[in-house]
Ligand binder design. Sequence first.
Ligand SMILES: C[S@@+](CC[C@H](N)C(=O)[O-])C[C@H]1O[C@@H](n2cnc3c(N)ncnc32)[C@H](O)[C@@H]1O
Length: 247
Amino acid sequence: MLKLDKHYVEPRLVDLYDIENPRGADTDFYVQLAAELDARHILDLGCGTGLFTRELAINGRQVVGIDPASAMLAVARRQPGAERVQWIEGDSKALGTPGADLLIMTSHVAQVFLDDAAWDATLRDIYNALCPGGRLAFESRNPDYQGWKQWTREDSFVRYPSPHGIMETWVEVVSEDDGRIRFEGHNVFTATGEKMIVNSELRFRSQTEITDSLHNAGFAIEQLYGDWNRAPFLSTSPEMIFIAQRD
Ligand SMILES: C[S@@+](CC[C@H](N)C(=O)[O-])C[C@H]1O[C@@H](n2cnc3c(N)ncnc32)[C@H](O)[C@@H]1O
């Protein structure tokens, strides 16, 4: 059975997601990409609370948001514009073969697939869900950039108002092991003093690992950007933003 990170399951933590992850340059990037490609049928895999999904659901496009976390989808479904999207609870197996022209995975969804078998199976399902020539767009953090070195209490501490009172949150890396980063998310509900610690793990695949997996799944890489301004990818880039096309 799929094991989900508690940040996507525990309702009080889910309520914090949109506050901690507001609209940004990545949203603009995907909105512009969909317009440039003139995408009419878009799938958002791992859509979460649906910030990107709802923005893409304009101009009569057919947009589907898929996520295995029912608590994240519950938030998505009650936002303005949610009625323009079809929401599906599930993982890539629920995609089927709709012949979409664009599939996106935003906010580092690609890094939740820890095992190569799960990642490869997801890419196969995505391939089958796209029409010939359809695009897959997603990002993964560049492991050479080592962004997790800033995942310390000192560098990540934030204090903010929330529906559950003033929150204090931060992250701390627990271990670095061959592309797998384990870390703790600390969440303090200051009104009561309750502290919730969440154990998380993300996979940092290399450019070569992702490129090979895409080729094996039947995709050609059209673009690889290193940031949201579309700078070409370099070993020093924070992100690897892939635009791939299925055959
Ligand atoms: C960091 S959130 C990103 C949410 C959304 N894409 C965004 O941009 O805000 C990661 C999402 O991936 C989802 N997820 C976890 N495992 C998944 C899987 N096997 N297949 C698809 N989505 C998954 C989680 O439930 C969560 O909503």
